[in-house]
Design a protein around this ligand. Sequence first.
Ligand code: AFP
Length: 344
Amino acid sequence: MGQAPTLFQHTRSYAAQDARSRTVASAVNAIAAAAIEISELIGHGSLAGITGAAQGGRNADGDAQTDLDLHVDALIRAALRPIPIDALVSEESVEAERGDAAAPIAIAYDPLDGSSNIDTNVSVGTIFSIMPAGGGVAAFSRPGSEQLAAGFVIYGPQTSLVLTVGDGVDIFTLDRQERVFRRIGSQVQVPVTTAEYAINASNYRHWDQPVRDFIDECVAGADGPRGKEFNMRWIGSLVAEAYRILRRGGVFLYPGDGREGYGEGRLRLLYEANPMAFIMEQAGGAAVTGRSRVLDLLPGSIHQRVPLVMGSIEKVRHIELLHNDPAAASRVAPLFARRGLFRA
Ligand code: AFP
């Protein structure tokens, strides 16, 4: 049996559609080429002088910048330099960077998401969102539903790249011998329901009631209104949570909460929530802020935060219901809860 197609072979037919698609495909392949270098760098860790130590700088969100954040950002910028891009937004730069005004695309990316995990050898990743050009930074004031492509690379036991160009989701794993990404999953689908949720439970006292209602239902397990046992995961790395959900289902929540500066959660709309939302919807899942669809949001600023609930569509819709109709909460209707009418 022939070898699985490479990322370049996979994107070739898409690239042939028109000039803009060709530019999108070139940008995806450039990010993938940088990811191979990044994977090797991360794999050497402190042997390559990578410590995950803060370098004194802070990104637009006030997060301390590690040595690897800055190095990875530079590798991605260098890889994208030959690509005609109108505007570039990076988590590591306060301002958007203007490129070629005649270029057909704009890119927002998080060079190294989860980088606070570097010194603990936990999976981290690169996330990217490709928009139609729209007059410099104005491209990023459009809703995420207009994305041309989105993807992420997870640097874990395998280095894998997840990609959508609006025609389903495909997964590629780095063939380290050949130094190419090979497709291992085509038209991947998120299981419709799940018994696994991911949230940072230490923030329970800061959550709004609908989030507490959902988690309380899960924690109540088979004796509770959902009538089944649940499992919890929290890796502290968005790409690792998203990859798990694509492989076996699940629901991920990073809601807004009562902590100072966390009213809109922790994740950024342009280069975390929007690409993940596009991927989840393309894989038959869903992504909401709690009350509304992420991909419908009109961004107000390039580093704006947004609450994110994503994954198996049955659970996302239930969480949305709890936000939009508090009377749906099982604590409100103990009669139904006792009779288990809410059984999943
Ligand atoms: P870092 O990039 O600063 O490590 O943040 C990672 C992240 O944005 C996302 O990948 C995780 O899901 C989330 O933060 C974890 O946040 P908590 O540390 O508040 O649990």
